[in-house]
Design a protein around this ligand. Structure first.
Ligand code: GRF
Length: 195
């Protein structure tokens, strides 16, 4: 049985759908949920699902990214994850952390990569007059939001869309795409899926 660590910073809706997908004949289970924020809403949701939770508060490391990342690696070590799934984890990881989990780390990003790496992705798509937006599941490499894309989901940008409205339309697609992609990934299948 493969073990999946899920890293969050906020509400953890993607974490919940990932954790809930890993049941029955699924080859993996969520082994731990880690947050860099002690007030992340997802921590209570993980606990309610019976998943061990850990907090490594980035404020305790005062901008020392390497020290924070080392603390996260140390906190994850006892759970010995085969896969690390970033799910709304709003931290830029050091090359050392990425190397430590090379080939084992996924992220979901709310844009049709390679467009709109970084933040405010939906507003940028609206401002650019794009007809489509969406989300991408990709392997995490040293290039921010730049790793091999494993899945993409598209939605139409509608006239009058606000960033919030577009985000609300993309989120359910994230909740569908990420679990499906994680299941393929843990089974060694890196075939790209576009929906
Ligand atoms: C999602 O929009 C995801 O694409 C982005 O951050 C948000 C996380 O939401 N990475 P949640 O914490 O999973 O609800």
């Amino acid at each position: 049985m493969k073990k999946v660590a899920i890293l969050i910073s906020g509400s953890g809706s993607n974490m919940v759908t990932l954790a809930q997908s890993m049941t029955g004949d699924h080859p993996a289970r969520a082994c731990v949920v880690l947050s860099n924020r002690p007030d992340a809403g997802g921590l209570a949701k993980a606990a309610a699902l019976g998943i061990p939770t850990v907090v490594v508060d980035h404020k305790d490391y005062k901008g020392d990214r390497a020290a924070f990342d080392a603390a996260v690696m140390k906190a994850l070590a006892p759970y010995d994850p085969d896969v690390v799934a970033l799910a709304g984890f709003m931290r830029i990881l050091t090359p050392e952390f990425i190397a430590h989990f090379a080939g084992k780390m996924l992220n979901i990003h709310p844009s049709l990569l390679p467009k709109y790496k970084g933040l405010h992705t939906h507003q940028r798509a609206i401002d650019a007059g794009d007809e489509a937006a969406g989300c991408s599941v990709h392997e995490v490499t040293a290039e921010l939001d730049g790793g091999p894309i494993l899945a993409q989901g598209r939605v139409a940008v509608l006239a009058g869309d606000t960033a919030d409205a577009l985000a609300a339309r993309v989120l359910p697609l994230e909740h569908k795409l990420y679990p499906e992609t994680l299941r393929r990934f843990v089974s060694g299948d890196r075939t790209r899926i576009d929906v």
